[in-house]
Design a protein around this ligand. Structure first.
Ligand SMILES: Cc1cc2nc3c(=O)[nH]c(=O)nc-3n(C[C@H](O)[C@H](O)[C@H](O)COP(=O)(O)OP(=O)(O)OC[C@H]3O[C@@H](n4cnc5c(N)ncnc54)[C@H](O)[C@@H]3O)c2cc1C
Ligand code: SF4
Ligand code: SF4
Length: 1023
């Protein structure tokens, strides 16, 4: 290896990155070179990559010198050696969901989450597992299920949090009252010190060599400081500040080890990557709870709820009480406003409570734990609140309510405007007997500072999350400091823990000394100096931290500016300000955003990392296959934010880096629905592509795709010739070379006799306007030109149901299929041609308005086309007509489901014959984004004998033209292989229903099965 160059470790983290990079340009180059030479990992040092790792779920932003994504775990050790030689600090990172700035810092960020995530060993008998640090908790638990085991530190971010990150933060789950925190559930670790030595961290008594020496050193310190530890250490379960020196004199209500001995791994838990780099963890597993019941206690006042918690936690035998979770009035109201959640919430409410506590018990059998709900009811009676408990024994009802609690929080996070709920005192923990007094006093503090907070979470352990709304670009930082000072005084008064769950990071590091006093604080410094004398691992955390309100470390400092741009779409709904006391927002367009709302829409991403998910739902297909921060909704939002604020240099919005970061976004709109703050990257991509096209124009392939609706009818005349492309491999290769359309794909077949040249069909415009059972069928370019049978089937089904069907056409008087086909403009939008799309939209609206004016349903077949009318049209400046037409535009399945509910489908039902085949349904992403999939299922069930099964899929991977593009062929199939294609293979006899044209094509290419539209399913069973 080469000799060390100049030093980075001495650079204080509050120095702006530009200063650091000038000083260390040479070091950075050498670091990247050596990493590339000695590892196979990804070495990312460009501005956009560094920018994507400059933030986590906190308010902070610090540019790292570079990012390293190791291929396997031992490359972490190699990177550590290189960093030591070059004196470059290291910031270890898992999912980057820390709320306090733990994972931001100068130096090299090492992302463990992509590759370093193996389960190395599971011992079901001993109930232990050995894992690598980048493994996500949910992924571990999915694997453990078959053994009847789980790892019970069930953090809310279980789908994103890595075991290494959880250990780094000493994370705590909702059910910590039953299972404890991370520190209570780790048996051992293997971790590198900054000098490169790899140590086994386990029971002190059995440790040898350097680990033993460290243990002895710690024991001596702890012994000397025993009176200080006794005096200053908070006596609460939730306490995560500093280093766990109390493992030698346990102050936690729960023992750290079963036999009370000292385990040295527990020193590293909560050390936030400042003492060692974790190579692997040995975890203590627990048996999966057999079954659960839930009691929802309704309180007339928040104070009573807080006061009752101390009594409720005494209920149940060992391990039976799982959780006592708070939901306050604001959350209840927010949930009641949401039509999807309101029915579930109502099942849990008695009258209009000011707060509810969700009290969960677990046991082997329901009969064993149901009496605990009676005891809860009795207790509440004794506390003067008889008949205040709603008992939920049914598993689904319980699950629904937990979902709502999660969603309520999400709604809270989606406040528009510069004031945002800010994490900094969000997890103070106080003894339960003081909870009521503490929350009341803190509420007064908020009021004094002109803000308020919504309370939620873990009443069982005295940790209540609360995030006051602050505007960090204006007076947020001083207000934050003032509130923190007052909150900490309250925590001291009630002998609680200032840092109770989410760690110290940048925002609570300076309170460690305050919490523990000088003597212990010095001891923590000694520990850091003993284990990391080079100050290489996350310098400036836990010991010698910066001020929490140092605005130079913040994502939105007062100097934050946005580059003025004129967007093509209307983002004014985001261009607002809010009142922190009432959360009321100002009028659209009044927020003062130089990017007319686009920047504020992008800034809605608070980096919580929820898009790094793999469970049900769509978001985010490109991350699901790449596991790459760059190809994640969060990564894209960060790149855009940096570009819009000039932090990636001039013209970054139209730069290749930005286009590259959006290149795998398939525009599925999964984020629009599933991102807690509603980041709609599909729409943002349209805007960026528009800006790019304005500047750089369009490539031939993009032009051909975008303008397809214009030339389709001419091309159809040459169908024989054009279809040769699918038969002659050399022609496919040639088109790949010239156009970049994958030769390995078949292309949709042009039809000579297509829907639009079939002649007159359906009733005229006049007739439908006068009809008692009218419907307008809008046939899109794809179904009309490539799969006209689907359009005809829809016509047949609607006619069989007794509707007078008018085929929407350009010519107002037209009523035939060949009167000039209409286009929604989708292909133009997908390619950023907003002006052309607007022209198409205007023409479509002119044709459809007369029907919308009369309240006639406009029914479409292709989800991405029809739903454009309800989505993008609302931001294209199309005026009132667009809103009116959108109100009446429905997908066929939505229309039929609506008519079924109204009892108007009897004629159709009478004509449907029985189906004896299994049916699999794949939902199009836009159907999912608009919640339409249940309607598809309902309509399939119209067929006697139908028992459809929904395939839990993300995007199928075709996504319009994406999967046809030569450079995306592989990734497109990988997306299909996530769930869709395996599900099809496992049911070879099933009929496949898929309403999206491109989904059907992907299914054909990937499985050689012909999927059909729900219209065709019904039409084939018409008697
Ligand atoms: C919406 C939301 C809800 C949350 N709910 C909870 C909750 O219920 N309970 C809770 O406890 N927390 C919660 N958190 C905080 C956070 O999700 C957890 O602390 C989580 O465990 C962090 O995991 P991660 O993989 O994202 O770690 P990261 O944020 O990436 O890292 C966490 C710490 O671990 C260190 N680290 C990571 N890998 C290593 C390694 N290999 N070696 C050494 N150090 C390492 C990092 O340097 C950092 O200090 C929440 C956060 C959000 C945004
Ligand atoms: S895009 Fe949405 S889900 Fe992803 S980190 Fe940002 S706010 Fe969270
Ligand atoms: S639109 Fe789809 S692919 Fe694009 S960021 Fe959102 S979830 Fe990911």
């Amino acid at each position: 290896m080469n000799a060390p160059l100049s030093s980075l470790a001495q650079v204080h983290p509050d120095q702006a990155y530009e200063q650091v990079s000038r000083v260390t340009h040479e070091v950075a180059g050498e670091l990247a070179r050596r990493l590339r030479q000695h590892t196979q990992g990804d070495v990312r040092f460009d501005a956009a990559d560094r920018g994507r790792y400059a933030t986590d779920a906190s308010i902070y932003q610090v540019m790292p010198v570079g990012v390293f994504v190791p291929r396997h775990v031992d490359e972490v050790g190699v990177a550590l050696d290189i960093c030591r030689q070059l004196d470059v600090p290291i910031v270890a990172r898992g999912g980057g969901t820390s709320q306090c700035g733990q994972t931001v810092g100068v130096g090299l960020v090492i992302d463990h989450s992509k590759h370093v995530r193996q389960i190395l060993e599971v011992d079901p008998q001993a109930a232990t597992a050995v894992v690598e640090p980048g493994l996500v908790l949910d992924h571990l638990n999915a694997e453990l299920k078959k053994h009847g085991l789980w790892y019970p530190v069930d953090v809310s971010t279980s789908g994103q949090a890595t075991l290494g990150g959880m250990a780094g933060n000493n994370s705590c789950g909702s059910r910590s009252i039953a299972y404890g925190n991370m520190v209570h559930n780790v048996l051992g670790m293997q971790a590198w010190l900054s000098d490169g030595s790899l140590l086994d961290w386990g029971p002190h008594a059995q440790s040898i060599g350097r680990a033993r020496d460290i243990g002895d050193f710690l024991a001596k310190l702890a012994h000397r400081l025993a009176p200080d530890i006794e005096a200053h250490w908070p006596k609460v379960l939730r306490r995560v500040a500093g280093y766990n020196l109390d493992i030698f004199h346990n102050q936690n209500p729960r023992p750290y080890t079963a036999d009370g001995s000292v385990n040295l791994a527990h020193l590293l838990i909560g050390s936030e990557g400042t003492l060692a780099l974790t190579r692997q963890l040995k975890l203590q597993l627990s048996p999966l709870p057999g079954t659960k019941v839930l009691g929802v206690v309704n309180f007339p006042s928040f104070h009573q709820a807080m006061d009752a918690a101390q009594h409720i936690v005494r209920l149940g035998g060992p391990g039976q009480l799982m959780a006592v979770e708070l939901v306050d009035r604001t959350m209840i109201e927010l949930s009641l406003k949401n039509p999807a959640f309101a029915p579930t919430v109502r099942t849990a409410l008695i009258g209009e409570p000011d707060a509810v506590l969700l009290v969960e018990f677990a046991g082997n059998r329901k009969a064993e734990i149901e009496p605990l709900l009676d005891q809860l009811e009795e207790l509440m009676g004794d506390l003067g609140l008889p008949h205040s408990v709603v008992k939920m024994v049914d598993d689904q009802a319980q699950k629904n309510l937990w979902e709502v609690r999660k969603a309520g929080l999400n709604i809270m996070m989606s406040l528009r405007g510069d004031g945002k709920p800010v994490s900094f005192i969000e997890d103070c923990a106080v003894p339960l007997e003081h909870l009521a007094e503490y929350t009341a006093a803190l509420t007064e503090v908020f009021e004094r500072h002109g803000t308020r907070g919504t309370w939620y979470a873990h009443a069982s352990v005295g940790t209540l999350h609360v995030r006051p709304i602050l505007d960090m670009r204006r007076d947020g930082a001083p207000k934050m400091r003032a509130i923190a000072e007052e909150a900490s005084a309250l925590v001291r008064r009630f002998r609680g823990a200032y840092s109770g769950e989410h760690g110290d990071g940048l925002c609570r590091g300076e309170w460690i000394r305050w919490q523990y006093g000088d003597a212990i604080h010095h001891a923590l410094r000694d520990i850091k100096a003993e284990l990391d004398p080079l100050n290489l691992l996350c310098p400036g955390r836990i010991v010698a931290p910066p001020r929490m309100d140092d605005t130079s470390l913040m994502r939105f400092p007062p100097s934050y500016q946005v580059i003025p741009i004129q967007p093509a779409l209307d983002w004014s709904a985001w261009n607002v300000q809010n009142d922190p006391r009432t959360e009321a927002t100002s009028a659209p367009g009044s927020g003062g955003d130089p990017a007319h709302g686009l920047a504020k829409a992008v800034e809605m991403c608070n980096n919580n990392g929820h898009c790094r998910k793999f469970d049900a739902g769509t978001m985010c297909p490109s991350y699901r296959v790449t596991r790459d921060e760059k190809h994640l909704t969060r990564g894209r939002a960060n790149t855009l934010r940096l570009a819009l604020s000039g932090q990636l240099g001039p013209d970054a919005l139209t730069s290749d880096e930005l286009v590259d970061s959006l290149s795998l976004c398939v525009g599925c709109k999964g984020c629009k629905r599933e991102c807690p703050t509603g980041v709609d990257m599909a729409r943002m991509k349209i805007e960026v592509l528009h800006q790019v096209r304005q500047k750089k124009g369009l490539r031939l392939r993009e032009r051909l795709v975008a303008t397809l609706p214009d030339y389709a009818r001419h091309a159809a005349r040459l169908s024989g010739l054009l279809n040769l492309r699918n038969q002659l491999p050399w022609l496919a290769t040639l088109t790949e070379r010239i156009l970049g359309i994958s030769a390995r794909r078949s292309l949709p077949r042009w039809e000579t006799h297509h829907f639009f040249n079939r002649g007159t069909m359906g009733v005229s415009a006049q007739e439908v306007l006068a009809s008692h059972q009218p419907v307008v069928l809008f046939v899109d370019t794809f179904n009309g030109h490539f799969e006209s049978e689907t359009a005809l089937d829809a016509y047949r089904v609607l006619s069989a149901a007794g509707y007078d069907v008018h085929i929407a056409a350009k010519t107002p008087a037209g009523h035939g299929a060949n009167q000039g086909h209409l286009c929604c403009g989708r292909t133009y939008l997908s390619n950023g041609l907003v002006e052309q799309a607007r022209a198409k939209a205007r023409s479509l609206l002119t044709a459809l308005k007369p029907f919308a004016d009369k309240g006639i349903a406009i029914v479409g077949l292709e989800p991405s086309c029809l739903l454009t009318l309800r989505d993008e049209y609302s931001v294209m400046g199309l005026g009132e007509d667009a809103d009116r037409v959108a109100r009446h535009s429905l997908l066929l399945e939505e229309f039929l489901a609506r008519e079924l509910k109204a009892g108007r489908l009897e004629a159709l039902k009478a004509r449907l014959s029985t189906i004896n085949q299994p049916i699999l349904v794949h939902g199009h992403c836009h159907q999912k984004a608009f919640g339409v999939v249940p309607d598809v299922m309902e309509i399939v069930r119209l067929l006697p004998g139908a028992a459809p099964r929904l395939i839990e899929t993300s995007c199928c991977g075709m996504a319009g033209s994406f999967g046809y593009e030569q450079e995306h062929h592989e990734i497109s199939l990988q997306m299909a292989e996530l769930n869709l294609l395996p599900a099809l293979r496992s049911s070879p006899d099933a009929l496949v229903v898929a309403d999206g044209t491109s989904c059907r094509h992907q299914i054909l290419d990937g499985s050689q099965r012909h999927a059909i539209h729900v219209a065709s399913l019904l039409a084939r069973h018409l008697r």
